[in-house]
Design a binder for this molecule. Structure first.
Ligand SMILES: *Cc1c(COP(=O)(O)O)cnc(C)c1O
Length: 394
């Protein structure tokens, strides 16, 4: 008797359903190959798109900042935890993003919460793609605004929601979408979304977590990719994926930054980033500007792996980005494929409900700029053997 029998029962059920997972500790740095259980494996599950987590320039910037300014900041931004490097970085990031201002938060997750919970009130309505990221869904749960969900990347469904919202007479309408959808790797049809929103006078927010450092010139994101600079009101992005460190940002007009400083609860009530984090993020932006070949290499590798997987007969869905799912449908099968791949030296995690819809389980792969053709051939060979062992491909 420990008082948690109800939870233990549920965990047992998860084990029976084959969806129980344990955390896999990595014993090396993040990279094209990582050490797990004392064995070297090809890493195909990280969001380290450009290999920046271990980039020498970022590591050096982090070490120097920790040495000069300390391991932590000792306060929230609004009291005593804003160092000049925090403000300097936000200005640099705003220039990079071609927006009036940016505000950095602890993570992309909290950035979405801050924006969605604070910028809207009960006179407003938020209209959200049904497959938006969990942090958007949770942010929407926190707002007092009205809510509408439209069918995934379905422009007719979006327009129907906007029409309905217009008839209902809300003060502001905010349409929110992921720029790149994290499980399928498809890109939101932003030019069309912008065109529709402009017709209905709606504000637009794009969550660019999987596009920051990946899409657009020098990895500026989805808005830049589609040449829509100035036509999307709020961009939320992450510094935790391709940028290689940790954090979330909101790129928006200066008034939004000012307002979030007063009303964004994660910003107000959680301590600021340590100097090492901010310095490494700042260095990462310089690397994006000075080493554009990293983004090119990422895309070359993505095309190579995707083509190889398709040729082997795997279902890679509708991916248009380096996120390449290998869809098994069956939840157990996805985890079996992942386990088999691990046996053959490839680390590619299975992903099942509730992260993706029931019946669309998959092994999700993300290549990085650090992989090369030889490593990817090795990975494809492991996929071939594992897929055949499990009868997924012939
Ligand atoms: C990963 C992700 C986030 C969260 O970013 P973190 O910085 O890891 O908290 C938010 N939105 C989307 C679409 C994501 O994929």
């Amino acid at each position: 008797m420990n008082g948690f029998e109800h939870i233990e029962q549920e965990l047992e059920q998860m084990k029976e359903d084959g969806v129980y997972r344990t955390l896999v500790p990595i014993e090396s740095d993040q990279g094209a190959r990582v050490t797990i259980d004392g064995r070297e494996m090809i890493q195909l599950s990280s969001n380290n798109y450009l290999g920046l987590t271990s980039h020498p320039r970022l590591k050096l910037a982090a070490v120097r900042a920790a040495d000069q300014y300390g391991a932590g900041t000792g306060s929230v931004r609004t009291i005593a935890g804003t160092f000049s490097m925090h403000n300097d970085f936000e200005e640099k990031l705003a220039a990079f993003k071609h927006t009036e201002a940016t505000l950095v938060l602890q993570s992309g997750f909290t950035a979405n919460q801050a924006v969605l919970a604070s910028l809207l009130s009960k006179e407003d309505v938020v209209i959200s793609d049904e497959l938006n990221h969990a942090s958007i869904i949770d942010g929407i749960r926190l707002t007092k605004a009205g809510r509408k969900i439209y069918k995934h990347v379905d422009l007719e469904s979006l327009e129907a929601s906007l029409k309905e919202a217009e008839e209902e007479g809300w003060r502001k309408k905010l349409v929110v979408t992921d720029g790149v959808f994290s499980m399928d790797g498809n890109i939101a049809p932003l030019p069309q979304i912008v065109e529709i929103c402009e017709r209905y006078g709606a504000l637009i927010m794009v969550d660019d977590a999987h596009a920051s450092g990946v899409l657009g010139r020098n990895g500026r994101g989805t808005v830049d990719h589609f040449d829509l600079n100035g036509r999307v009101h709020i961009q939320v992005g992450t510094l935790s994926k391709a940028v290689g460190v940790l954090g979330g940002y909101v790129a928006a007009p200066k008034a939004v930054r000012d307002y979030l400083i007063h009303k964004g609860r994660p910003f107000l009530f959680s301590t600021s980033h340590p100097p090492a984090v901010t310095a490494a993020c700042s260095e990462a932006v310089d690397v994006l500007l000075e080493e554009p070949e990293l983004v090119e290499k990422l895309w070359d590798n993505a095309r190579y792996l995707k083509k190889g997987l398709k040729e082997l007969g795997f279902d890679t869905g509708v991916s248009e980005t380096p996120i390449t799912p290998v869809i098994t449908g069956d939840e157990k099968k996805a985890h079996e494929l992942s386990d088999k791949l691990r046996e053959y030296g490839v680390f590619a995690q299975g992903i099942a409900f509730p992260t993706v819809a029931k019946g669309s389980a998959r092994v999700r792969t993300i290549v990085t700029a650090e992989h090369d053709q030889e490593i990817l051939d090795e990975a494809l060979d492991a996929f071939k053997r594992a897929g055949r062992d499990l009868g997924i491909i012939s």
